[in-house]
Design a protein around this ligand. Structure first.
Ligand code: ARG
Length: 456
């Protein structure tokens, strides 16, 4: 493609070192869409005749069909997807093909292709995030009103509904989807027409070309446009955060599935056995997902480090943006898919969760609230209940076993109605403020999310 200035062939080693077609071939649908749109721009500017543009478009569509069928041979010697397609087009249609690269550089071409690729990938990821949310909702609904302890510091804190715990992840995933959508909006700007770095003396109607490709606008600075990869960093951050959320859920599932908790049963199809210990049923999907989030974060670090200190404008370093991008998209897509399946096959064990949630200590805060409702300042109530807890542990007598007299030794504010707040069911119903886990609230949230997920 640059033989004019060179007397020597590129060394075989340099070819092998510099080729990107082994991984960037997958940009082909976007590269072809970009080239067809560009050819229409060239037609409009009078650089191509209608006949030439027609030949280019038909040739590119034919190449695309062959690639889809696996009948196209990508050559390492042609370096990247862009040169492979252009060279083959020109080999097939001759002079018209040789005009396609007018007023274009691979620098604005690749920037355009990668943006299109990210756009498509974000749409697919958002679908997978929604499916995951739907699986969580459905699992929460299947769990009925199962009550479980909610934890802070991995110590039993207060009772919650199992579904409330799952709904926390639905919220996280909703923010993730919003971040992906936000990133999509910001990246939907067309670099094509920026040339190598300074545009071209041949003036194309860039807005017309952008319209062909579904871009919302065109870039306003050619130097920025060819070297900007902010959108990849943003996308890899958004993806990393989904990974972080999945790894947190993984950890919860791993704990829940252990004999120590016994809160959930995972399906045989989503667990594995041990080659040595016959009794084992391992939550590998959750462990792998927890592990894969490390890769996603690593890929984000690669991109940030790649961009740091890079002088303007395009530098070949930027070719290194693709593998981390592709890997993150592939890794997260599969993680979401398999996790969704696993959650759909996960059942809560209400007997175990209720037994754990029936630990009377979980209602210590409720007892403090009881005193507050009877005129005791909270700090004082907290201290009273602290002493009551110590007494309960020392005497091995749970709150439920204590007499009113015993309660009153700690505060005269206790009355006969204190037993009501020691009932798990009443205690759950009392948590009815916005965002709290009363059964009624949780039911409303489940149906709100159901509606949100079936809309749009
Ligand atoms: N394969 C290259 C990349 O991904 C395409 C752009 C090459 N541009 C250049 N001036 N060598 O970055």
């Amino acid at each position: 493609m640059w033989k004019g200035r060179f007397a020597q062939e590129t060394s075989a080693l340099v070819q092998r070192y510099g080729e990107s077609v082994s991984f960037d071939w997958r940009l082909y649908p976007h590269d072809i869409a970009g080239s067809i749109a560009h050819s229409k721009g060239l037609l409009k500017a009078g650089i191509l005749t209608a006949d030439e543009q027609g030949q280019i478009e038909a040739g590119l569509l034919q190449i695309r069909a062959e690639i889809e069928k696996g009948d196209f041979e990508f050559k390492e010697s042609l370096e990247d997807v862009h040169m492979n397609i252009e060279a083959e087009l020109t080999r097939r249609i001759g002079p018209a093909g040789a005009k396609l690269h007018t007023a274009r550089s691979r620098n604005d071409q690749v920037a355009t292709d990668v943006r299109l690729f990210c756009r498509t990938s974000i749409d697919a990821l958002n679908e997978l995030v929604r499916a995951m949310q739907a699986a969580l909702i459905e699992c929460g609904e299947r769990g009925g009103g199962a009550v479980m302890p909610g934890y802070t510091h991995l110590q039993r804190g207060q009772p919650v509904l199992f579904a409330h715990h799952l709904l926390a992840y639905v919220e996280m995933l909703a923010r993730d989807a919003a971040r992906l959508t936000d990133c999509r909006q910001r990246l939907n700007v067309m670099p094509l027409g920026s040339g190598a770095l300074a545009g071209s003396t041949i003036i194309l109607d860039r807005e017309f070309v952008a319209q062909q490709l579904g871009f919302d606008s065109v870039s306003q600075n050619s130097m920025d446009a060819v070297s900007d990869r902010d959108f990849i960093a943003e996308l890899l951050f958004a993806i990393s955060l989904v990974g972080v959320h999945l790894s947190r859920l993984s950890e919860d599932v791993i704990l829940w599935a252990s004999a120590e908790f016994g809160f959930v049963r995972l399906s045989d199809a989503h667990t594995t056995g041990s080659s040595l210990m016959p009794q084992k049923k391992n939550p590998d999907v959750a462990e792998l997902t927890r592990g894969k989030s490390a890769r996603l974060i690593g890929n984000l670090m690669s991109i940030l480090t790649l961009l740091k200190g890079l002088p303007m404008t395009y530098n070949r370093d930027l070719q290194e943006d693709k593998e981390p991008l592709f890997d993150s998209i592939d890794t997260l897509s599969l993680a979401l898919e398999v996790f969704t399946e696993m959650i759909s096959g996960m059942d809560v064990n209400p007997t175990a969760t209720t037994a754990a949630a029936s630990d009377p200590m979980l209602l210590a805060t409720d007892l403090a609230d009881y005193l507050v409702n009877h005129g005791v300042p909270f700090r004082q109530a907290h201290e009273v209940i602290g002493k009551l807890v110590a007494y309960s542990i020392e005497k091995s007598r749970s709150f439920g076993e204590m007499t009113l007299k015993e309660f009153q030794q700690f505060s005269p504010a206790f009355g006969a109605d204190v037993t009501a707040c020691l009932n798990l069911e009443t205690a759950m119903q009392a948590r009815k403020g916005i965002g709290a886990p009363s059964p009624e609230n949780v039911k409303a949230q489940l149906s709100r999310w159901r509606k949100v997920l079936t809309q749009s």
